[in-house]
Design a protein around this ligand. Structure first.
Ligand code: SD4
Length: 290
C-alpha cells in the first residue's frame, strides 16, 4: 500500500508544513518531517509564541516547552527549558538517547549543552520591548486573542503509513516563572497512536491539561469518530470542565490513519495549515461558540 502523506499544523504555519512536506516527499519518515517542520517557527523571531523571539515569562525570561512522539509511541519532552533555539531537537534526543521521557529546567539545559546544543539569547528586542510595556500594568489574564496563539502543534502521516507529531511553544506570555503548559505533556498538547491517529492542541494549556485533551481526541477516534467529531467532543469536554470557557480559547487538530483530518475550537478564529496532494492551504476550523 502506498500511503498519501499529509501534514497538518496549528495556525498559519504554511512554511513549517513546507519543510515537513519536503521530508515526506523524499520518502522520509513522519518523525523527521514533524521535527523539520516545527523547527521553522522555533527559529523565526517574528513568531512570538515559539522558540527564538517568543514572549518571555513575567521576569523577562524566555522558557520553552516541547515534545515529540513517534509511531512506536516513543516520546520525548522538555519543559521550562531556556537558551536553546530548538527545544524540539532536545526533546527528540531525550526520546532517543535517554531512558526518560521528560527533562525540565536546568537539567534539560545541562543535557542540551552536553549534547552539542548552543546556549543562545532568545529574547529579541521586540519581545523585550513588549514585556517592558506589559510590566507597567503587570496584568495577567489569559486572552482569547488569536495573535497570542501561535504555538505550533504538527502531526504527519508518511508514505509508510506511519504517524508522528511534535509540539513546541514559549507558552503563555508573561506566565509565572516555572509555569509549564500542555505543550510538552504527552496526552495533553500532543498524542500519537499509530493504530488510530494523532492530535495536537493549542490555546490555554491549563484547560487542555485538565481533560488530557489530545489523548481524549485520539480515544474518540478509536471509538469510530471522524477527526473533526473527535475534536468537537474533546472541546465539549473542555467546556464542561471550565465554567469560564467563554474567556479562553482551546483548539484541537487531528489526523487519522487514513489521512483524514479535522479540527475544532471553542471560539472562531482557529485555523490550521494542511499540506496534502501537493497543496498547502489554510483550513478554518468550526467552533463551539459564535
Ligand atoms: C500553552 N498551549 O503554553 C500553549 C499556548 C498556545 O498558542 O498554544 N498558544 O498553554
Amino acid at each position: 500500500v502506498v500511503n498519501k502523506p499529509v501534514v497538518i499544523s496549528t495556525w498559519n504555519n504554511l512554511k513549517a508544513n513546507e519543510a515537513a512536506w519536503e521530508v515526506l516527499n523524499n520518502n522520509g519518515t513522519a518523525l523527521d518531517a514533524v521535527e523539520a517542520g516545527v523547527k521553522i517557527p522555533e527559529a523565526d523571531p517574528k513568531d512570538r509564541s515559539v522558540g527564538y523571539g517568543g514572549r518571555p515569562d513575567r521576569e523577562g525570561k524566555v522558557t520553552l516547552d516541547s515534545c515529540i512522539m513517534d509511531q512506536h509511541s516513543n516520546c520525548g519532552a522538555v519543559a521550562f527549558l531556556e537558551h536553546i533555539k530548538h527545544p524540539i531537537s532536545v526533546a527528540r534526543m531525550v526520546m532517543e538517547k535517554t531512558p526518560h521521557v521528560m527533562l525540565a529546567g536546568e537539567g534539560a539545559l545541562q543535557f542540551a549543552l552536553e549534547n552539542g546544543f548552543q546556549k543562545e539569547n532568545l529574547l529579541t528586542e521586540n519581545s523585550e520591548k513588549d514585556w517592558k510595556e506589559w510590566l507597567k500594568t503587570s496584568e495577567y489574564k489569559p486572552v482569547i486573542n488569536i495573535e497570542n496563539h501561535d504555538t505550533i502543534g504538527m502531526v504527519a502521516l508518511d508514505h509508510h503509513g506511519n504517524l508522528s507529531g511534535a509540539c513546541t511553544t514559549s507558552g503563555a506570555a508573561y506566565k509565572i516563572r516555572g509555569r509549564v503548559g500542555d505543550s510538552p505533556i504527552i496526552g495533553a498538547g500532543l498524542f500519537v497512536d499509530n493504530e488510530v491517529g494523532a492530535a495536537a492542541a493549542t490555546g490555554l494549556g491549563e484547560a487542555v491539561i485538565k481533560v488530557a485533551g489530545t489523548h481524549l481526541v485520539v480515544e474518540f477516534m478509536r471509538q469510530g469518530h471522524s477527526p473533526e467529531e473527535a475534536c468537537k467532543l474533546a472541546v465539549e469536554r473542555v467546556i464542561s470542565k471550565n465554567p469560564n470557557y467563554k474567556d479562553l480559547q482551546v483548539g484541537f487538530l487531528a489526523l487519522n490513519k487514513f489521512g483524514e483530518y479535522g479540527g475544532y475550537c471553542i471560539h472562531p478564529g482557529f485555523n490550521c495549515a494542511v499540506y496534502e496532494n501537493d497543496k498547502n492551504h489554510i483550513v478554518k476550523m468550526n467552533s463551539a461558540v459564535g
